[in-house]
Design a binder for this molecule. Structure first.
Ligand SMILES: [Zn+2]
Length: 386
């Protein structure tokens, strides 16, 4: 049995709203121990006390809940050219967020300088001080060695290979800083916003390229070298276009936003990127609708195998091209239901992202919070504060 104050905080965080009596019965701790630990969490403002639970005959009990105002977290979702920055509360909710147009190819120091400036500005807007900041979470568009917070051979991030991003951010802000692949944090963000989060889900980002974040058994699955979920480079039998990775027939080279924009340009339309493709689809342009539906079917081909292999209960489609909505999803569904086994697709839900552009920053904040609020770390901090 886990008995520390940090574990009690984790329990309160997972219950949402609770009472001392419920905490004692759920944790198995003595009521006197719960009372002492709750007192410690209250005096450190990590939880709040308010209202009263419905009386069931006895004395009304005070409601306890996790204090989402206990601190702030700096979050960012970096893309090749478009990024998003946010200051979030302890519930991973963005207090203030804004897009940031920046080429990631200017290198890590210049990018982190711009991020620091943006965060300083957003802290002011949110009415928070730098001393409120307890953690930093960052998503980057490339593979990451998670434990080291380091980019590893990122194909579209020149100058970042081996750079210790987490360590550099900790040096700047004096708090824990966590870094992961952008699609992993989008998966985490989308999941954290659900009332009843599934244990097994796949988040597919369809933007310029295509990638996926895998949550298995309730945890991000990163794989041995941090490249798990890289479905953009799965080979599709019906495609044969050359890919930027050097292979032929990769999913991304046929169904990614860059490939579609190129295809539509060749057909005489104006499309430089994913967002232009979405604009044409929404405008009812038949060639664009046809191309997006075909892309959906190709993505469905790759996902059908993944459904058979991993048996998720939910597939969420995000990224710029998800703006094409049903035109993209219909093709994905069609092929998954055709190719995956009936048992694997039983109860499977396939839908677009609910958080849209914000999935990444919410997930980045959640990743940092899970570290800051880890029971052992909470206990250590409580000990320091006396
Ligand atoms: Zn490839």
């Amino acid at each position: 049995v886990s008995t520390s104050t940090g574990h009690l905080l984790a329990l309160i965080r997972s219950l949402g709203e609770t009472t001392r009596a419920e905490l004692a019965s759920t944790s198995g701790l003595a009521r006197s121990t719960v009372a002492a630990q709750v007192g410690q969490l209250l005096s450190d403002r990590l939880i709040t006390e308010s209202g009263t639970a419905q009386s069931t005959g006895g004395r009304p009990a005070t409601l306890l809940r996790f204090n989402e105002d206990a601190g702030a977290v700096l979050a960012a979702d970096l893309g090749a050219t478009h990024s998003r920055v946010a200051v979030c509360d302890f519930g991973a909710t963005p207090l203030v967020t804004e897009p940031l147009e920046m080429d990631i190819g200017i290198g890590p120091i210049a990018v982190l300088d711009s991020l620091s400036e943006a965060w300083d500005r957003l802290l002011d807007v949110a009415g928070k001080h730098e001393t409120d900041v307890r953690g930093v979470g960052l998503g980057v568009p490339g593979p990451v060695e998670f434990a080291a917070g380091r980019a590893v051979h990122p194909p579209i991030m020149p100058g970042w290979d081996g750079f210790e991003i987490g360590a550099e951010m900790t040096r700047r802000f004096g708090v824990p800083a966590l870094v992961d692949n952008d699609v992993n944090i989008m998966a985490l963000g989308e999941r954290s916003a659900m009332l009843d989060p599934p244990n097994d889900m796949v988040f597919v980002k369809v933007g310029t390229g295509i990638g996926s974040g895998l949550i298995l058994g309730g945890r991000i699955h990163r794989g041995a070298t941090g490249t798990a979920g890289d479905i953009g480079h799965i080979q599709i039998a019906t495609a044969e276009a050359p890919c930027r990775c050097g292979n032929l027939g990769c999913l991304e080279a046929a169904a990614g936003g860059a490939a579609l924009a190129k295809e539509l340009t060749a057909a005489g339309l104006t499309a430089n990127q994913s967002r232009d493709v979405v604009r044409l689809v929404r405008g009812g342009e038949h060639v664009a609708i046809h191309a997006v539906r075909r892309a959906g079917r190709l993505i469905g081909e790759a996902l059908a195998s993944i459904v058979n292999l991993l048996n998720p209960t939910l597939i969420v489609v995000g990224g710029d091209l998800a703006g094409a909505g049903e035109q993209l999803i219909a093709g994905i569904r069609e092929v998954i239901y055709q190719r995956s086994t009936a048992l694997a697709t039983h109860g499977l839900e396939i839908r677009t992202s609910q958080l849209g552009d914000h999935a990444g920053v919410v997930g980045a904040a959640m990743m940092a919070l899970d570290r800051i609020l880890d029971p052992a770390d909470v206990d250590a901090a409580l000990e320091r504060s006396g």
